[in-house]
Design a protein around this ligand. Structure first.
Ligand SMILES: C[S@@+](CC[C@H](N)C(=O)[O-])C[C@H]1O[C@@H](n2cnc3c(N)ncnc32)[C@H](O)[C@@H]1O
Length: 244
């Protein structure tokens, strides 16, 4: 797969999972270069130069949303995240709080305590990363973020929390190794049900980008596919709602 947007390999060490941004066992960290590429492709498909609202209905630790918040702050108007698991939503809240000076400063202080206590080179490196991210944050106003708990396949749970249509949905769906589909519909075409529940919170130009495994069927009669690509074990599919 040829990268169209992130054509150069960039140094993403400051965004490494577990460095400043938090990770959790069982929560796979999505590759930074790939999520930036997907975001920029989806935004190009949207065809609107204005900043976009972004939603992830299977947010996990919120790692890739926080990464996009740091990398593409100027292209975002808000970040919304949800997950069926309370523990994931709590971790996503902490990761998205790193997009504020106060949240990042609190994280830096926690790393500084570890550095004092254990003196590991990794702590020193994390402090340097936190300082660079803080300098980056200072360049732009804080990004509105929101996290809630919802079974994305259950009728009305997403729509109950979102009062405005979202421009972009970008989600790294459960794929059965570290994370599996949960909820009543976990064995009944969960991706179809996810798209069914997303439709009411989209507008006519919204774009949905889903990362799945190659074997997953990513389809719904009310959505048209606008391209897809494979990278390693992942399949990335871009969809738009079919106007009623
Ligand atoms: C692959 S992980 C996402 C990891 C995320 N990209 C990150 O940056 O941490 C998939 C997530 O989907 C969640 N999930 C599973 N079934 C769900 C459902 N029915 N509704 C919402 N979230 C669900 C899991 O709890 C898991 O956190």
């Amino acid at each position: 797969m040829a990268y169209r947007f992130v054509t150069d390999r960039e140094d993403y060490r400051d965004l490494a999972s577990g460095q400043v941004l938090l990770s959790a066992p069982g929560q796979p960290a999505f590759p930074v270069r790939l999520v930036s590429e997907i975001f920029q492709r989806a935004r190009a498909l949207l065809g609107n130069p204005a900043a976009v609202s972004l939603y992830d209905p299977c947010c996990g630790s919120g790692y890739h949303l926080a990464v996009l918040g740091f990398l593409h702050r100027e292209a975002l108007s808000s970040l919304t995240a949800s997950d069926i698991a309370h523990s994931a939503a709590q971790l996503a809240t902490r990761n998205l709080s790193l997009l504020t000076a106060q949240g990042l400063d609190q994280r830096r202080q926690a790393i500084a305590v570890d550095w004092q206590a254990f003196g590991k080179p990794s702590h020193q490196a994390a402090l340097a990363s936190a300082d660079r991210l803080m300098a980056h944050l200072a360049e732009a106003p804080a990004l509105p973020t929101r996290v809630f708990v919802a079974d994305a396949t259950q009728p009305g749970q997403i729509a109950a929390h979102l009062d405005h249509p979202v421009d972009l949905v970008l989600s790294d769906l459960p794929y059965g190794q570290l994370t599996a589909w949960q909820g009543e519909r976990k064995n009944e075409q969960p991706i179809w049900h996810l798209l069914e529940q997303l439709r009411p919170v989209l507008h006519g130009h919204s774009v949905v980008a889903l990362a799945t495994t190659k074997g997953d069927v990513v389809a719904h009669e009310n959505f048209a596919r606008y391209g897809r690509f494979r990278l390693g074990k992942r399949l990335i599919t871009f969809l738009k709602p079919i106007s009623e």
